[in-house]
Write a protein that binds this ligand. Structure first.
Ligand SMILES: [Zn+2]
Ligand SMILES: [Zn+2]
Length: 147
């Protein structure tokens, strides 16, 4: 979704709500390191408070993973909240989002925000015991007979 920002920049008190979903098929074209098992649902609003334009939204999605330690496949749901301040002109502050042509690509923002939040190590559970390097037994499901 492209958010038209002109009125948001021009009119203090202006507010726009949005809700949309990015399908797994679309996500596949942008994201190569993760596999989505659901759409990425985005819900939020943009508003001008005393001349400062904020964009706040939540993202919800399910990823299908392979555990880094035991190689089991599993799915996990993620929910994150994001808040940004938008400006029209280029800025030296990395925290600010520069919106050129009064158009903000919310799909791109939601995807890149979400990917940045994901943990670097993906485990099926925190105390995953991993797998036996000799016989390949998943040690969460029981001990193997290797010593
Ligand atoms: Zn595991
Ligand atoms: Zn074993």
């Amino acid at each position: 979704m492209i958010l038209e920002m002109k009125q948001l920049f021009d009119i203090p008190g202006e507010r726009k709500e949005f809700f949309f979903e990015i399908t797994p098929e679309e996500l596949k074209e942008r994201v190569f390191s993760y596999s989505f098992a659901s759409p990425l649902a985005v819900k939020g609003e943009a508003f001008n408070r005393a001349g400062v334009v904020y964009v706040e939204f939540s993202c919800r999605f399910v990823l299908s993973h392979i555990c880094d330690r035991c190689l089991a496949e599993f799915e996990r749901e993620y929910r994150y909240e994001f808040s940004h301040i938008c400006v029209r002109d280029s800025s030296t502050n990395d925290e600010l989002i520069v919106v050129s042509d009064n158009a903000l690509d919310l799909n791109e923002l939601a995807v890149s925000d979400s990917l940045l939040e994901l943990p670097t190590k993906i485990l099926c559970r925190e105390d995953c015991k991993g797998m036996c390097f000799v016989c390949g037994q998943n040690l969460n499901e029981g001990e193997c007979s290797c010593s």
